[in-house]
Write a protein that binds this ligand. Sequence first.
Ligand code: MN
Ligand code: MN
Length: 457
Amino acid sequence: MGKVNAWSTYDAKELKKLNKLNKEYIDFLSECKTERECAKKTVELAKEKGYKSIEDVISEGKPLKAGDKIYGLYMNKAVALFHIGKEPLENGMNILGAHIDSPRLDVKQTPLYEDSEMAYLDTHYYGGIKKYQWVTIPLAIHGVVVTKDQKTIEINIGEKEEDPVFCVSDLLIHLAAEQMEKKAAKVVEGEKLDVVVGSMPLDSKEKDKVKLGVLKVLKDTYGMEEDDFISAELEVVPAGRARELGFDRSMILSYGQDDRVCAYTSLAAMLEAKTANRTSCCLLVDKEEIGSVGATGMQSRFFENMLAELINLNGDYSEILLKRCLKNSMMLSSDVNAGYDPLYSDAFSKQSSSFMGKGVVFNKFTGSRGKSGSNDANAEYLAKLRKIMDDNKVNFQLSELGKVDVGGGGTIAYIMALYGMNVIDCGVPVLSMHAPWEITSKADVYEAYKCYKAFLK
Ligand code: MN
Ligand code: MN
């Protein structure tokens, strides 16, 4: 039944590969903390491997041929890579999908205010978080400000050693008797997640001198005005690099491993892939944490539209070719899984849990309360995948997210299943999912990468 500890299967040569991949993964996590940063890095790495932008390929207008490498970047937040195979596109693709958005605090559109001579940024949290986890930790601000004349200012403050950081305060324990009686969901309320950003008054006759002082810094550093917050996307995220975890350095502690652990390993496998019979695709999307909505989420038609453009290059575009391509595709919809946590064993059924270090996880189904909302992968498809994993010596495990009726979760699998393709949830076990700092095992990161490579091949 699988569930071997992957560490016990490695020789020195494999350990070397494992460590190399994880080192690169740690850099990716440390540099890319927003969907925009992940998409940008993806394009950068793809270009190095000879990928051309879909816009350039369309304007060249030449028919596709095996070996062509194309990337499509959508609104700077979602990205798809295609590596054209030897067979026609209508035979379908092998798709690796993952999401690159992560839970965080988003700065609101009229955010800056002063109270009691302290300046704050008002936020609205994004995705499912335990709000009390986000107070009293160093935070960084990443994102973009777009001015009225369409100039994009990139913001990244709180990551360099010499940068300042930001923080959400919490009530001192001495005065918290009442707070400590509250339910965990209410201990820190959403509107209390405002980030303290300044306290030094500007020498001025106007009121709100501390706020003016912050605005002066923003003007001097970034050339931005207060009104520019209207057209900004600023994300408040935990500050600092991803780290190795444990005496034995076998794990990784980082922000945003949901779902950059699957995104990065999918991308790494994709970039190394040789031209296969079927077209390979790596699809990294936004907005999964809030229901895959919006133009850059999986529910959007952007991916289908890109594919239509590719089929159109061969001069014989028809809707039926597009539909056949999608129907005949196979996908690993990759997202993190709840790793079994012995400290919270009550939430898990040990028999159907995924364990740290025991390899990449397949979830035949997700959902909750009678599998509701699940994409239930076909047995025939699972049989095919089992064989691929065994033939390529990939350590894998089957699991369900938590005990029956304890909770549940969804991914992008059900959306891709709408096209009638074979798709299964797959990914990496994580401890403390959605916390500011999440834990993965380096062995599982490596096994996910091996799994994706084997799947594309
Ligand atoms: Mn996820
Ligand atoms: Mn998530």
